[in-house]
Structures are given as structure tokens and as C-alpha cells.
Design a protein around this ligand. Structure first.
Ligand SMILES: NC(=O)c1ccc[n+]([C@@H]2O[C@H](COP(=O)([O-])OP(=O)(O)OC[C@H]3O[C@@H](n4cnc5c(N)ncnc54)[C@H](OP(=O)(O)O)[C@@H]3O)[C@@H](O)[C@H]2O)c1
Length: 272
């Protein structure tokens, strides 16, 4: 009994995880929970101070465990390579009885939103420009969809060689439900649903899984404008705004699950 609980405590010992957006909100809770299971965690975000604070606060439950901060702006794809190489280099320096020297767990939690009605959205203030969405739109698509795709691609071969991979995208319930003012945001999250589903079919034979978790309203800085809205809370069957633990529990469940892939799991209190 005691031995079993020790094994469960260390069940991710030697596993290396990246959590984008791991410095705050949902991603931070995920980083804490992974660290509490013994994983080495790379916390990826932009703000240096916030990142350092998060990394320092993560639990260290065994002597070989390490957590490392990665400062990189996901809205700038030309910056990704440097950070990806840095992560690979850092892992190769880990000196322990690691079961791997590669990334096995990749959680994409970083994300941004801007509320803007599409018919009011002019392309960089030029109503006659039909070739591009405006800067906010570009930033959302690059941060929420394009960079997660590129980062995933860069670690795939390592996971396939390792014969272990758990890729989890934090999507959003609005990708299926829709929401006024969020055409571009919901497109970015819907893109993740399609990407993850197809990816799951490519990597399954290597014991790698890919899933999306689609939160409803979760109590973080991102959802601050909504969380005290009584009408909204009443529209949720479980009658409360979700918390970051509601999402991180599902992340741990998917990491533990060997036979779930290609799924989009809504964690929204029944909202949709
Ligand atoms: N909260 C909700 O109600 C809700 C609902 C549905 C889906 N989601 C999704 O859940 C995910 C996490 O949201 P959250 O509520 O935890 O948000 P949050 O509290 O605002 O945290 C966002 C995290 O992402 C990082 N980040 C943002 N832009 C980045 C960029 N360009 N490059 C690198 N890192 C960046 C932030 O750090 P820096 O600012 O320092 O970079 C921070 O660590 C997002 O993908 C969001 O779309 C949230």
C-alpha cells in the first residue's frame, strides 16, 4: 500500500515536460501538478519576472528534478528555433537516471484573445485591404495555432524514438460553441482540434497521443471580465466558473491514459 503510493508520487520521475503559458493561470497549475508527480518542467512564457517567480515556486520532490524557464514570444515564429534548441541542449545535460533525455510531455497552454466583431475589424485600418486580417488577428492565429503546430513538429521525432509522447492542447469550448466577437480566436482553437485529430492518426503507432482539452470559463486573468457575471454563471449547468485545477486534473488524466487519443474533452461545467 505504502509502496504503491510512493510509486504514484514519482510516476513522472525522469519525464521531461514543456508547458507553454506555464507561468500563469491554467498553465501554471499544470506545471505545478506535473512537478508534483516528479517531472522536469520547462516553463515557457514572455514576462521574465513572472516566469522566474513561477519556476522558483515549482515543487522539487526528488533530488534529480529540475525546472527551467524559457522566455520566448510565441507570436514571433522566427524566435522559436532558438528556444527549441535551448530546451534540447538543456535536456541533454540532465545528469540523472532519466528514463529519457527527450521531451515526452508537451502541453500547449499559452494563448491570447481579443474581442472584436469581424465586420468592424478592418485590416490594419485599411478597409480596402482584403489580403490580411489585422494585427490582433495575426497575433492570435500565430500564438494560438501556428506556433503550437511548429513546436509540436520540432519534438515529434524525439517522441517517436522515445516511444512515448503525450501532447495536449488547451483549446476552448468556443471552437465548437462559437461566441460573438471571437471569430478569429475560435478559428485558432478550432484549428487545434483538427490538427490534433489528424496528428493522433500519424503518431499513434509510436505510443504517442494527442488530445485537446476545451475549457469553458475558468477563473484566470484571461476571463476576469466575465467571472462575476451572474447571468453567465446561471447559464452553466454546474453553476460555477471553473478553476485551474479542473483543467490540470484532466491533463494528468490524459497523461496517465495510454488508450485515449484524438479526443477533444470539454471541461466546461456543461456550458455547451
Ligand atoms: N481562462 C479561460 O476562461 C479560458 C477558457 C477557454 C480557453 N482558455 C485557454 O486556456 C489557455 C490558458 O489561458 P489562461 O486563462 O491560463 O490565460 P492567462 O492566465 O492569461 O495565462 C496565459 C499564459 O500564456 C503566456 N503567454 C501569452 N501569450 C504568450 C506569447 N505570445 N508567448 C509566450 N507565452 C505567452 C502568458 O505569459 P506571458 O504573458 O508572460 O507571456 C501566461 O503564462 C489559453 O490558451 C486560453 O485560450 C482559457
Amino acid at each position: 500500500m505504502f509502496k504503491n503510493s510512493i510509486i504514484r508520487l514519482f510516476e513522472l520521475k525522469g519525464r521531461n515536460a514543456i508547458v507553454t503559458g506555464g507561468s500563469k493561470g491554467i498553465g501554471y497549475q499544470i506545471a505545478i501538478d506535473l512537478a508534483n508527480k516528479g517531472a522536469n518542467v520547462f516553463v515557457w512564457s514572455r514576462n521574465k519576472e513572472q516566469n522566474e517567480k513561477a519556476v522558483k515556486s515549482l515543487p522539487l520532490i526528488h533530488k534529480d528534478q529540475k525546472h527551467i524557464g524559457i522566455l520566448c514570444d510565441l507570436s514571433k515564429t522566427n524566435k522559436l528555433e532558438e528556444s527549441i534548441n535551448e530546451i534540447k541542449k538543456q535536456i541533454s545535460l540532465f545528469n540523472n537516471d532519466n528514463i529519457d533525455n527527450k521531451i515526452g510531455i508537451l502541453v500547449h497552454s499559452a494563448g491570447i484573445t481579443h474581442s472584436e466583431l469581424l465586420f468592424k475589424k478592418s485590416s490594419n485600418n485599411n478597409d480596402n485591404n482584403y489580403h490580411s486580417i489585422n494585427d490582433n488577428g495575426n497575433e492570435i492565429i500565430t500564438t494560438n495555432l501556428l506556433s503550437p503546430i511548429l513546436i509540436t513538429q520540432s519534438f515529434l521525432k524525439d517522441m517517436m524514438r522515445l516511444q512515448y509522447g503525450r501532447i495536449i492542447f488547451i483549446g476552448s469550448v468556443v471552437s465548437e460553441m462559437g461566441n460573438k466577437g471571437q471569430t478569429i480566436y475560435s478559428s485558432s482553437k478550432g484549428g487545434l482540434n483538427g490538427f490534433s485529430k489528424s496528428l493522433s492518426k500519424e503518431i499513434g503507432q509510436f505510443n504517442c497521443t494527442s488530445n485537446v482539452i476545451s475549457p469553458g470559463f475558468i477563473d484566470t486573468d484571461m476571463s476576469k471580465p466575465f467571472i462575476n457575471n451572474e447571468q453567465l454563471i446561471n447559464s452553466i449547468p454546474l453553476k460555477r466558473i471553473g478553476n485551474t485545477k479542473d483543467i490540470s486534473k484532466t491533463v494528468l488524466f490524459l497523461i496517465e491514459s495510454d488508450y485515449i487519443t484524438g479526443q477533444n474533452i470539454r471541461v466546461d461545467g456543461g456550458l455547451y
